[in-house]
Design a protein around this ligand. Structure first.
Ligand code: NAP
Length: 485
């Protein structure tokens, strides 16, 4: 199985108004295999004029799509869910090739990503307003939900499929049309997804996909257009800030799923073996290249050495290699810059006084490999505890009291995921209330679930994806005041 066969030659073009076509001037963009830095294939490099064509198509399709019965919109998502599930192996291989993660991990993302289509196929028919008597009597209040209108979606390279389905699923269900721009480093999964939605019967113009290297100009142009009503972005906090600023003139609605700096708290009463199992998931899912990745391991001083030793053994036993090869647990990072950034953070932490339990040095090329690494005794203010690591490194910092743990955990500009290991129920409730994060995992290393509201606070952004909340991002409320009759 070679995932590239999911895509015909036409599917490496732009998808605009239901047609696959070349970019203006026939420009192309290389897609690199991070396991050996070779060119995998290329895709169209859309121009700003192509992007405007895509918005034209989305605008032209909006009214009919909003008027399409919800059941029909839902059935298209359900069919797409089934097609992705049938072709899960192909999708997993394709994603592994372009992004580097192992095929098994990519298969997990395919399941997770497809579930957003199943969930929102079911939610499409549950969009409703409300009817109530005004508290003082005398009048009636009616609310109607309507689709927001044409949307712009920009997605990152780390989850090439799921970050798309998390936006496309609720938008399709709500009756919105859209222009989608996947990350330039991993455009293939999104193109394969567009082909599936076309096959599932999504009308022309509802979904338009532009691959482009002109990212800045692209977003500036589309956001300066009055017809665009909403921007949903998943990516770094820095780019999120740019997009929010660009939304100000036209007052577009915005949803921002940005960076994280998740604390992973292990208390003295925790089951340390369970905490190590959870740490392996929270740290190593996606080689640590996840916004939800445990970034800071805050461990009570009385169990820190035991935790570090057990985690070090597990991390040290993982096999590094090409994501498509048998027996490989950890694939390459996305690019050279990622390896350099992780290496620098580790070097600085050691300079600050940390001890290397396992790993600690970038593997030789070709390809962008960094080994699973555990550091003990990392000072709380070391840069590795401040920045998003985005790699397979677990820095362990100790604490002495619950109050200290909460203070250190909250002392970050980010507020996406957090993890807590304790067997004390009262403490669990105190922590869930005190931690300034959009998500708290209790005795688990995995919080993502299509039925749950995923999202952050502070510099991790705003808005929620998934769950009942996710569709609200694509709906407006009209209030109708009525006489009592
Ligand atoms: P990134 O550099 O912000 O890029 C994300 C996307 O934004 C890419 O498609 C990129 O296009 C595009 N982009 C960059 N500059 C732009 C501009 N001026 N206008 C329009 N689009 C622009 O982030 P990344 O390195 O791909 O992803 C990693 C980050 O995403 C991490 O911080 C991670 O925490 C975050 N993330 C958050 C979540 C969440 O749900 N909160 C989930 C996953 C990842 P090009 O590829 O063409 O540069």
């Amino acid at each position: 199985m070679n995932g590239l066969d999911l895509l015909g030659p036409e599917h490496r073009g732009l998808f605009i108004g239901g047609t696959w076509r070349d970019a203006e001037g026939g420009k192309r963009l290389d897609v690199i295999d991070p396991a050996d830095a070779s060119v995998l294939t290329d895709v169209a490099d859309g121009s700003v004029a192509d992007a405007v064509d895509a918005l034209d198509a989305a605008v032209a399709a909006q009214a009919d799509w909003a008027a399409t019965p919800a059941r029909e919109r839902g059935e298209i998502l359900r069919t797409a869910f089934e097609l992705i599930t049938e072709r899960a192996e192909g999708f997993a291989h394709l994603m592994s090739l372009e992004m580097g993660k192992t095929v098994a991990e990519a298969a997990g993302e395919v399941t997770y990503g497809a579930e957003f289509f199943r969930w929102y196929a079911e939610e499409a028919v549950r969009i409703h307003g409300r009817w109530m008597q005004a508290p003082g009597g005398g009048s009636r209040l009616l609310t109607i939900k309507k689709p927001v209108g044409p949307c712009l979606f920009i997605t990152p390279w780390n989850f090439p499929l799921a970050m798309g389905t998390r936006k496309i699923g609720p938008a399709v269900a709500a009756g919105c049309t859209m222009v989608v721009k996947p990350a330039s480093q991993t455009p293939l999964s999104m193109l394969a997804l567009a082909a599936v939605l076309e096959e599932a019967g999504l009308p022309a113009g509802v979904l338009n996909v532009i691959t482009t290297s002109h990212t800045g100009e692209f977003s500036q142009t589309l956001q300066a257009d009055d017809r665009l009503r909403k921007v949903s972005f998943t990516g770094s906090t820095g780019v999120g800030r740019v997009l929010v600023r660009q939304s100000a003139d036209r007052l577009q609605r915005v949803s921002m799923e940005l960076g994280g700096n998740a604390p992973f708290l292990v208390f003295e009463d925790a089951d340390v073996d369970a905490a190590v199992d959870g740490a392996m998931i929270a740290k190593m899912r996606n080689m640590g290249e996840a916004c939800t990745a445990a970034n800071r391991f805050l461990v009570h001083a009385s169990v820190a050495e035991e935790f570090a030793e057990k985690l070090g053994k597990r991390m040290g036993a993982l096999t590094l290699g090409r994501g498509q090869d048998e027996g490989v647990d950890v694939g390459p990072l996305i690019d050279e810059r990622a390896v350099e950034s992780v290496s620098q953070l580790v070097t600085d932490a050691v300079h600050d006084g940390a001890t290397v339990v396992t790993g600690g040095r970038a593997a030789d090329g070709p390809g962008y490999f960094y080994p699973p690494t555990v550091l003990l005794g990392v000072p709380v203010d070391s840069e590795i505890n401040v920045q998003e690591i985005f790699g397979p490194v677990a820095p362990i910092t100790t604490f002495d009291s619950e109050a200290d743990a909460i203070r250190i955990a909250n002392d970050t500009e980010y507020g996406l995921a957090s993890y807590v290991y304790t067997r004390d129920l009262s403490r669990t409730i105190r922590l869930a209330e005190a931690l300034e994060f959009g998500m708290v995992g209790v005795n688990t290393g995995l919080v993502s679930n299509p039925a749950a509201p995923f999202g952050g606070v502070k510099s991790s952004g705003f808005g929620r994806e998934g769950g009942f909340e996710g569709i609200e991002e694509y709906l407006e409320t009209t209030y109708v005041a009525l006489p009592a009759g």
